[in-house]
Design a protein around this ligand. Sequence first.
Ligand code: UDP
Length: 218
Amino acid sequence: MHTDDLYAVYGASGYGREVMPLARQQLAQAGVPAERLVFVDDAPEAPLVNGQRVMTYAQLLAEPAARRHVVLAIANGTVRESLAKRCARDGVQTWTVSASNVVRMDEVQLGEGAVLSPFVTLTSNIRIGRHFHANLYSYVAHDCVVGDFVTFAPGVQCNGNVVIEDHAYIGTGAVLKQGRPGQPLVIGRGAVVGMGAVVTKSVPAGVTVVGNPARAMA
Ligand code: UDP
């Protein structure tokens, strides 16, 4: 990290306001001055949010900086993907923000641009793709494989040997039953798991499941 660099939390709404303090603490520990951290939002509602400067994306690009680093703090994975493309096109770096109390065990591969909220645990032998969000108190257990732009709401319990494909959204407090080695439980691409669902079987791509045991919504 370099003090001439500029750091941004993209999204100044609900989730962005939860990510900003984590970003602030991470930079403080790295010795980066607080004024090098800003919010970016395409529809800014105020010049300051919780004391932090808010700028548009065009202003971020215009601001003098050696390099620009952005963490995408918007829960919608499809929006994250389009913003990630825009940032890549403009030479803006992806940035991972992690709470200081996150637990990471052995052999965790974490793709770029993740947000790991307070009390998240990633156990051992896990592979996770790009721009993953793990919200408060969620965990990923052993031998899971998580795709790109996957979102965990708070309190998701993802047990061992589960595969989660790109763009899946797992709602608050959902429980994913463990799979077996070589026979994972699979949450398909773009599937949605409703809050509190107890998922005991694989979920096909694009399907929304709710309840206990989780079933496809009619
Ligand atoms: N936003 C943006 N660019 C986009 C889509 C969204 O800057 O292409 C901003 C939007 O203006 C809002 C925030 O991202 O301030 C998304 O907030 P929302 O409350 O919808 O979601 P959350 O914060 O819960 O992810």
